[in-house]
Design a protein around this ligand. Structure first.
Ligand code: DX5
Ligand code: ZN
Length: 226
């Protein structure tokens, strides 16, 4: 049974205090930190890249960096992100014609592999070969590019479709997820939860993290017994 993992998106943090923000989240119960890398091509914005991630991994020993690569050439950054201490390299299926070779390159650098799909990409675009070679599938619940957007509920059925095909795989949701939208995500079978605004914007992030985790674990227990 896939277990709940909460991955706060640092895009909603105070970038001037990035290492302290990551430590605060880990203290608050987060297992992973979600690092949104944007290149200004795949999406209009630019956020951070390997040099910043290298500082974070140095400043926060043992951190698990869940790197969400919103980049137009995913193969290009594999070595830099691995050298920077990336733990999981999640690239967009829309950005490559050859996902299996990107996966191979990520594996060669001993990172976990994630494959992301944007709102307009159907779950069937994720072939069995690709999914079986990946550790995690990411179903975006907003258009990639910026934090604080409205959750797109129409993306949720894709989570259920992928969960039916891959009962044991990590399935992540990202975008507009928080206490108000977690129920549908958890019931559909996602177990890795990214939340930026909902966690960093909360007065008590530990409570939000614990609530999201409990909802997912309860839903997973129900799904596995049905
Ligand atoms: C959007 C990013 C998300 C974003 C989530 O392009 O991939 O990770 O930071 O932020 P919230 O939770 O605020 O929607
Ligand atoms: Zn993200």
């Amino acid at each position: 049974m896939p277990r709940a993992i909460i991955s706060p998106s640092v895009l909603a943090s105070d970038f001037g205090q990035l290492t302290a923000e990551c430590k605060r989240m880990i203290k608050g119960g987060a297992e992973w930190l979600h690092m949104d890398v944007m290149d200004g091509h795949f999406v209009p914005n630019i956020t951070m890249g390997a040099p910043v991630l290298a500082c974070v991994s140095k400043g926060v020993p043992g951190i698990f960096m869940d790197c969400h690569m919103m980049v137009s050439d995913p193969a290009k950054w594999v070595n830099d992100i691995a050298d920077a201490g990336g733990s999981l390299y999640c690239f967009h299926l829309e950005a490559t014609d050859d996902p299996l070779s990107v996966i191979k390159a990520i594996r060669e650098r001993n990172m976990k592999v994630g494959v992301a799909i944007s709102p307009d990409t159907p779950s069937t675009a994720v072939t069995d070969d690709v999914a079986n070679a990946a550790d995690m599938l990411l179903v975006m619940t907003v258009y990639p590019g910026r934090g604080g957007q409205k959750f797109l509920e129409r993306c949720v059925p894709k989570v259920a479709e992928l969960r039916a095909r891959f009962p044991d795989k990590d399935i992540e949701v990202d975008g507009g997820v928080g206490p108000k939208t977690i129920d549908v995500c958890a019931d559909a079978g996602s177990n890795v939860i990214v939340a930026g605004t909902a966690i960093f914007g909360a007065g008590n992030p530990e409570e939000v993290i614990a609530g999201l985790k409990a909802t997912v674990n309860t839903a997973q227990a129900k799904l596995s017994s049905s």
